[in-house]
Design a protein around this ligand. Structure first.
Ligand code: GLN
Length: 198
């Protein structure tokens, strides 16, 4: 593809599933593990997994400040679940000091980690999603929710009275995992954001 190059942060979590989902909507994504790979992409997807583990690896690989800088410069991004947590400007219940999840400030929002409860409380449901004609079947796995959004943040979907899909400019975040359902519309929306079509 000669369009913008999308990267998938490939430190931990649902990396392969997101690479496959992006390919299914016509993108040609590359895994990102190192600084030169981050520098080379035009947009970045941050997968679900464990936000404290991904944060630990970001620190070890000295990717925290480069990633913050790219987001501050307006790099399009999409974060799912742990990725949503990392894209927040504030994280509630971020984890123990020194091992906590790091807010990269892609979206002006406060996100509560593990808001829906522990693994056993994971659930699924059909959600209305602003801009999509049919509801999205959303799978939540120890998912965060959004507790505060700043001006300019669009709420695209809600569950349990809280935003679970948001967009600010060209940065998108969902509490749930569209990569596990076979419904590619959220990945399609991200690609449209990256190419300027949405
Ligand atoms: N609870 C996890 C975290 O804090 C997120 C879970 C997920 O990404 N499925 O990062």
């Amino acid at each position: 593809m000669s369009g913008p190059q999308i990267g998938v942060l490939a430190l931990q979590g649902d990396v392969r599933e997101h690479l496959a989902a992006l390919r299914a909507v016509g993108a040609d994504p590359v895994p990102v593990r190192r600084r030169p790979e981050l520098d080379a992409v035009d947009a970045l997807l941050i997968p679900g997994g464990e936000s404290t583990t991904i944060s630990h690896l970001l620190r070890e690989l000295e990717l925290v400040e480069p990633l913050r800088a790219r987001l501050a410069e307006g790099m399009p991004a999409y974060g799912s679940c742990a990725g949503m947590i990392l894209l927040a400007s504030e994280i509630i219940d971020a984890g123990v000091p020194g091992r906590a999840a790091i807010p990269l400030s892609g979206i002006d929002m406060a996100v509560r980690r593990n808001a829906f409860g522990r693994q056993v409380n994971s659930f699924e449901g059909d959600l209305d999603f602003d801009g999509l004609a049919q509801p999205v079947h959303a799978v939540f796995i120890r998912a965060p929710w959004v507790e505060r959004v700043g001006d300019g943040v669009q709420v695209l979907a809600q569950a349990a009275g809280h935003p679970v899909a948001v967009r600010q400019g060209s940065v998108l975040a969902t509490s749930f995992h569209p990569e596990v359902t076979g419904d590619r519309r959220v990945h399609g929306l991200f690609v449209d954001i990256v190419t300027g079509a949405a």
